[in-house]
Write a protein that binds this ligand. Structure first.
Ligand code: SF4
Length: 337
């Protein structure tokens, strides 16, 4: 097997940050010495070896990896996928030792840090004891940051059984893109059967979404969190001024319990706007739900989400028949945010 890594050098002569992160990840996994060639793609020189390799394989991102084996070449643009397929037995960063955290001091330390720095801080402390709750665009941006951090992490997704088909395809694309496991948490069959038998499939239109969300989202979330020390959400301050006005980047989750004495909740995107999230998604080529191209902004279950109207706040298209102050699903109530 012969492995080539193509790294980028920016037009101003600076090294590419993503390539440096990738190199660090390979070192952490003890496989850096297994890279046979490192070729530079000089942005200012289309004739540099790396740029020519990019043109040959139709790739304009970096880093990327070319694995040659028995005359066959396989090209990887995702380092997570490259690691998983090329070095399935590579050392994985171990689960970190945990203890109680002074969240007031941590908040002081993390206030003003970039989301990447917050994600790094969380994962360097908790490793795969830290779970990312994946559903929307913000969450995949965070998963992208986690994948590039070189640390171990966990991803789970609440499969309510009522998601759009596009969302299920999106979940598979994210799984494939990053080469990661995504634990799909399903609701308890007996609880769903009791709800549907007693009240039908659309009771939330009549008496509010709390009961259905409790069965399909909150209980599965409790189960997912019970195995973790910390979790990361994509919540932003400006998403819902009525319900998220005191969102902090870190806090003790007082609504749910983890496997230890305390459960810590991180909201690395608290200070980001939607525009900043989408700038990151475009710049880093992060996969996103195709429903966003059809006018959906905040995407939840199919019956409870509609496309947004021009000028409408993004949360207005979720549970639109209810009062604005009731538009949370119980996942973030009283959770230190
Ligand atoms: S968002 Fe709607 S369908 Fe999904 S769990 Fe809540 S009430 Fe049920």
């Amino acid at each position: 097997m012969h492995i080539t890594m193509v790294k980028k050098e920016l037009a101003d002569g600076q090294p590419c940050k993503k390539c440096m992160q990738a190199e660090e990840m390979l070192r952490v996994r003890d496989v850096w010495d297994r890279i046979d060639d490192v070729v530079i793609a000089d942005e200012a020189d289309p004739q540099s070896d790396g740029m020519k390799l990019g043109a040959k394989h139709g790739i304009d991102v970096a880093p990327f990896f070319i694995v040659e084996e028995s005359g066959e070449e396989t090209v990887f643009t995702s380092i997570a996928k490259f690691l998983k397929q090329t070095f399935p037995d590579a050392k994985r960063p171990s689960r970190k030792a945990t203890g109680t955290v002074d969240t007031v001091a941590a908040l002081d330390e993390l206030q003003g840090k970039t989301p990447q720095e917050v994600v790094n801080w969380a994962l360097s402390r908790y490793g795969n004891g830290c779970g990312f709750a994946f559903s929307g665009a913000e969450d995949v941006a965070l998963i992208d940051m986690a994948a590039k951090s070189g640390h171990a992490f966990t991803v789970f997704c609440l499969d309510t059984g009522r998601l759009h088909p596009e969302t299920y395809h999106f979940i598979e694309r994210v799984r494939d893109h990053y080469g990661i496991e995504i634990s799909l948490m399903s609701p308890r069959a007996t609880a769903v059967e009791a709800l549907v038998h007693g009240k039908g499939l659309f009771s939330f239109y009549r008496d509010g979404h709390s009961e259905c969300c409790a069965v399909r989202k909150v209980e599965p979330l409790q189960r997912a969190l019970s195995k973790l020390d910390a979790w990361v959400t994509g919540q932003r301050l400006d998403q819902s001024p009525a319900t998220r006005s005191d969102l902090n980047v870190i806090g003790k989750d007082v609504a749910f319990s983890g496997r230890g004495a305390e459960l810590i909740k991180f909201n690395p995107l608290a200070a980001w706007s939607s525009a900043q999230v989408w700038a990151y998604i475009r710049e880093e080529r992060v996969p996103y739900n195709e429903l966003h191209d059809q006018g959906f902004i905040s995407i939840g279950c199919q019956p409870c989400t509609r496309a947004s109207r021009p000028g409408e706040h993004e949360r207005a298209a979720r549970w639109w028949w209810e009062d604005e102050t009731q538009r949370e699903c119980g996942l973030h109530t009283g959770a230190g945010d």
